[in-house]
Design a binder for this molecule. Structure first.
Ligand SMILES: *[C@@H]1O[C@H](CO)[C@@H](O)[C@H](O)[C@H]1NC(C)=O
Ligand SMILES: *[C@@H]1O[C@H](CO)[C@@H](O)[C@H](O)[C@H]1NC(C)=O
Ligand SMILES: *[C@@H]1O[C@H](CO)[C@@H](O)[C@H](O)[C@H]1NC(C)=O
Length: 148
């Protein structure tokens, strides 16, 4: 099979982009959270296939209306954190544990009730052989907030 150089570069970029992605390890989509409680939000960054320079992350939440949830790309009603992202591997991993590099963010669940979107915006740079490749993503889950 013969790939043109540009197709090859696109595939390589798509691959490196995917490999830089982060995700919620806790809570998970569909989880129930208690308003006004303190929780540790755990964001995992699975090992990238190539070296990555982390840039930053913005983490927040918005209540959903009956028919839609605000996108993290548009607004956050509650901004929990905005700053550097520094995922670290767990110091110790037992069989069955989550072994991904992660960062915990302790937040207080807002006093809202019902469906809410929890999301983050994340950016990093993949280190290529002769350049850095910027990567951006918006990740969200939907949670259900119940009164304390
Ligand atoms: C949550 O954390 C804040 C800040 O550390 C603290 O003041 C508050 O009492 C905690 N709330 C609960 C319900 O533990
Ligand atoms: C990070 O948060 C998760 C989920 O709340 C928790 O299970 C874990 O113990 C926390 N780890 C550290 C090191 O704080
Ligand atoms: C949440 O993420 C999904 C993709 O996982 C996307 O389809 C959806 O539009 C996002 N929702 C919001 C409110 O941004």
């Amino acid at each position: 099979m013969k790939f043109s150089r540009s197709v090859f570069i696109l595939l390589a970029l798509a691959g490196s982009s995917l490999a830089q992605g982060a995700n919620f390890a806790y809570p998970l989509d569909g989880d129930t959270l208690v308003a006004e409680s303190n929780i540790s939000i755990r964001i995992d960054r699975p090992t990238p296939s190539a070296p990555v320079v982390e840039a930053g992350i913005g983490l927040g939440m918005s209540a959903c209306s009956s028919d839609s949830c605000p996108s993290p790309e548009t607004s956050f009603k509650y901004l929990f954190y905005a700053g550097g992202f520094n995922p670290q591997r767990p110091a110790q991993v037992n069989p069955g544990d989550d072994f991904n590099a992660f960062q915990n963010f302790t937040v207080t669940v807002p006093s809202i009730e019902g469906k809410a979107v929890l999301g983050f915006l994340h950016s990093s740079f993949g280190e290529g052989a002769d350049a850095y490749f910027p990567f951006f993503e918006s990740v969200n889950i939907t949670v259900n907030v119940v009164p304390a």
